[in-house]
Design a protein around this ligand. Structure first.
Ligand SMILES: [Zn+2]
Length: 509
């Protein structure tokens, strides 16, 4: 008997429907699997047959041919086990399932017939809800929460193969959610609060601008001056995620097998802080076609502490996603895109010993060593950093006497308002934050007069800004104007934005 079962595979975060065709004919018992399977899929035969036996069925007693299409797509992992088992049981007429074409199966089997969770369930669920909303999605119990994030989808989530077959044979059960939906509640990540940070007004201001307009930033200062603490406060002032952003980011985490850390659809923007030993593949992705840190930080912040300690190649690999908002990986099997629209944050010391900008301690580095250290951060990368801030080290007695700063909640309210203004201005666009606009859109949203424009052009000339640097400076000025809720970008906004590019000019000479 011939049976066709629907399952799905991931290419990056894109979902491809895979059809598992099982043909059972009389003859010598045998099993052949075709359709570009990898080792894990080829081993499925052993898992599936053991699982079938554990549930009281006989395994492979006929001549069985299994084909997975599309044939040119490499099938990876163990997520086809469940579909394969259902297909083999139906093809050998050991079970009969009505309307089998209405289901899509995903799940790994263990030898005793239990179902194990798989990656990327949310991506498949979102895809089904969009293109094939009538399909009933069958996933392992542990993936239920993930599939149930898409409210409109019909989901069945059994714990074992046996339970799965029972559910499928009760037609009235097949059309509702099983089990009943548990409440999914994502919690906001608790982070450090800006009220714990004494002084540092310029740094706080720069981070507020970064949060409001999605601008990249670099903090330069002596060890212990509070750069990292300030950066860790940043998640607390980021604007709340819009629904589509939340779904996108959660799907990326789901494909990386990290749905567990999201606890439902993500509510707070991701803040990723990889260690400086990170490789190119772990930053931009590619290992087993999984998303990297840059994609996990999509719609949030990628923070690189100790920037010059990162491998040069790893840093350079971020240039393309910083410009385009996606990571493109070229593989023999074709190219894959991962969304990677993140804000790059970084922190570093001004010199190898760390005290070059400190007026309370002497720097012992040779000028050559300082130069070498700083050139580890290349010009093109620095050019893409809009807010370059030196963090002054403040004497303890002075800083502790200062009054307690604003709390993160208060700052976030301003950020949120600035975001609403940006969103209102570009209603029809999915990407609305100033930092992500292209040059063409930028021209239409500045609303400046001749005086302001001349001022900006003169400054660009004086500071020898690149075209990119100039555009980026204008975007920052737009955000500064949004923070004070002004329609027009004016001279003081530009002056403040220009001052955030000062480091580049000093360093590159
Ligand atoms: Zn030094």
């Amino acid at each position: 008997m011939f049976i066709r079962i629907k399952s799905a595979a991931l290419r990056g975060i894109d979902v491809v429907t895979v059809e598992i065709e099982v043909d059972s004919t009389s003859g010598l018992p045998g099993f052949s699997l075709v359709g570009l399977p990898d080792n894990a899929v080829r081993e499925a035969r052993e898992r599936v047959i053991s699982a079938m036996r554990s549930c009281g069925f006989y395994g492979c007693s006929t001549r069985m041919t299994v084909n997975m299409s599309p044939a040119d797509l490499r099938k990876e992992g163990a997520s086809f086990d469940l579909g394969l088992a259902i297909g083999m049981l139906s093809a050998t007429e050991q079970v009969e399932i009505m309307n089998i074409e209405n289901y899509l199966f995903l799940g790994e089997l263990s030898l005793d017939g239990r179902l194990r969770p798989v990656h990327g369930v949310l991506a498949v669920a979102a895809n089904l809800a969009r293109y094939s909303p009538e399909t009933i999605f069958v996933v392992p119990y542990e993936n239920f929460e993930e599939a149930a994030c898409v409210e409109t989808l019909k989901v069945i989530a059994p714990k074992t193969l046996d339970e799965c077959l029972k559910r499928l044979q009760e037609p009235e059960m097949a059309c509702c959610r099983y089990p009943e939906c548990p409440p999914v509640s994502a919690t906001q990540n608790k982070t450090a609060d800006f009220s714990q940070v004494y002084g540092m007004a310029t740094v706080k201001r720069a981070l507020e601008i970064s949060a409001a307009g999605a601008h990249n930033f670099l903090l330069v200062g002596s060890p212990g001056s509070g750069k990292t603490l300030c950066a860790r406060c940043l998640p607390g002032i980021l604007p709340t995620m819009r629904r589509n952003e939340s779904l996108e980011s959660t799907i990326i985490h789901s494909c990386a097998g990290m749905f567990g850390s999201c606890k439902g659809l993500m509510k707070s923007r991701p803040f990723r802080s990889p260690h400086h030993t990170a490789t190119v593949a772990s930053l931009v992705g590619g290992m087993k076609l999984r998303p990297g840190e840059a994609s996990l930080a999509h719609n949030g912040v990628l923070f690189l502490d100790e920037l010059p300690e990162f491998q040069r190649a790893a840093l350079e690999s971020l240039r393309q996603p910083l410009e385009e908002g996606v990571v493109r990986l070229n593989r023999a099997s074709g190219s894959i895109c991962f969304p990677a629209n993140f804000v790059l944050g970084a922190a570093m010391n001004p010199c190898p010993c760390g005290y070059a900008m400190d007026n309370r301690r002497d720097c012992r580095c040779m000028p050559e060593a300082i130069k070498r250290y700083r050139t580890k951060v290349s010009g093109p990368l620095l050019d893409r950093i809009d807010l370059q801030v030196s963090v002054p080290s403040v004497p303890i007695d002075e800083s502790r006497q200062g009054k307690i700063g604003e709390s993160s909640d208060e700052i976030q309210k301003r950020v949120e308002r600035a975001c609403e203004i940006q969103e209102g201005r570009l209603k029809e666009k999915k990407i609305f934050r100033n930092g992500h606009q292209d040059g063409k859109t930028l021209k239409d949203i500045l609303f400046w007069d001749n005086d302001a424009e001349n001022f900006a052009l003169k400054a660009a000339e004086k500071w020898r800004m690149s075209h990119r640097g100039y555009d980026r400076m204008l975007k920052v000025a737009r955000t500064i104007a949004d923070l004070r809720q002004s329609v027009r970008v004016e001279r003081p906004d530009l002056a403040e934005a220009i001052q955030y590019r000062a480091l580049e000019t000093v360093w590159m000479d």
